[in-house]
Write a protein that binds this ligand. Structure first.
Ligand SMILES: [Zn+2]
Ligand SMILES: [Zn+2]
Length: 299
């Protein structure tokens, strides 16, 4: 399978000279397997991915797998030209909102309400079907894909694609689970025994994530912050690079890709951080890259 990164930025696009090395577009990764293209997330990077698909000059039957519906993961979809072309067919997979009781289709249609965008999704020329996904296993055009619920302020999934003995994991936005009452003023009056139970619950959830990534060939993972930055953003739903080094080591990941870069981090800062964490990964025996627009990995 050929993995290509089209958008690697978290939260908001940051175009400009200071970000041209890693790229300013938000999340989008494609995987070409045989004749099928699977596209993970539809951040602004999907626009270029769509232009590439258009240049192939054939009808496209694509699969779009959305980790969650925060803006930085869906905002490029209205600019995905292949969706406008009659004859093309797309299936979009992603989590519905259990809190608002909205399907993936309803959530996606909201972003092209006429107050926000001139063209409604229902007017697109391609055939588009929506599939609500929860945690488990799904069949994507005959490909084996597993999903795992991530820890984020909205329903969010990681996807694991297994093909010909190779495994690619696309993690959605994720913050490691923790006991939110530990060392918090809200824990006043709570028994230590109960707090320990909550610690264990968080550990179990983290173990589940680790098992999901176990032995994967390539893992693209939310690495928005350094540990120092994370400590001022606890609860925002993202991971630190230091924690992800530990995850890669413990899960035996062969090639870890840090992605969803913090928009405040320009090329100079990311280059420094990449050199630092590549060295750590090498010492621990696995490969590590920071994702860049246009980067390809073949497995
Ligand atoms: Zn995000
Ligand atoms: Zn998010």
């Amino acid at each position: 399978m050929k993995i290509k990164f089209w958008g690697v930025r978290g939260s908001i696009p940051v175009p400009g000279d200071a970000t041209s090395k890693y790229g300013g577009n938000t999340s989008c990764v494609s995987v070409e397997v045989d004749d099928t293209i699977l596209v993970f997330d539809a951040g602004t990077g999907i626009r270029d991915c769509g232009n590439y698909l258009m240049s192939q000059q054939k009808s496209i039957k694509g699969k779009l797998l959305i980790s969650h519906t925060h803006w930085d993961h869906i905002q490029g979809f209205p600019f995905f030209v292949p969706a406008y072309i009659p004859g093309n067919e797309f299936s979009m997979y992603g989590p519905p909102s259990d809190v608002q009781n909205r399907s993936l289709k309803q959530i996606m249609e909201l972003q092209t309400n006429y107050e926000y965008f001139p063209i409604r999704i229902s007017q697109l020329g391609a055939t588009l079907e929506y599939i609500d996904c929860r945690e488990g296993k799904i069949d994507v055009n005959g490909f084996e894909v597993h999903t795992c619920r991530m820890n984020h302020p909205v329903a969010c999934l990681a996807y694991k694609l297994i093909h010909n003995g190779k495994t690619f994991v696309y993690g959605g936005d994720h913050e490691p689970y923790r006991n939110v009452y530990r060392d918090s003023e809200n824990s006043e009056g709570m028994e230590e025994e109960f707090l320990q139970e909550l610690d264990e619950d968080a550990n179990e959830q983290n173990k589940k994530i680790l098992n999901f990534c176990q032995g994967a060939d390539v893992v693209s993972w939310d690495s928005q912050y350094t540990e120092e930055e994370y400590l001022t953003k606890i609860g925002w739903g993202h991971s630190s690079m230091e924690t992800n080094i530990k995850l890669a080591e413990e899960a035996g990941i062969k090639h870890m890709v840090f992605s969803h870069h913090e928009p405040m981090n320009d090329d100079v800062r990311l280059t420094e951080l990449e050199a630092k964490f590549k060295k750590i990964a090498k010492e621990k025996g696995f490969a590590l890259d920071f994702s860049k627009e246009g980067m390809e990995i073949e497995i």
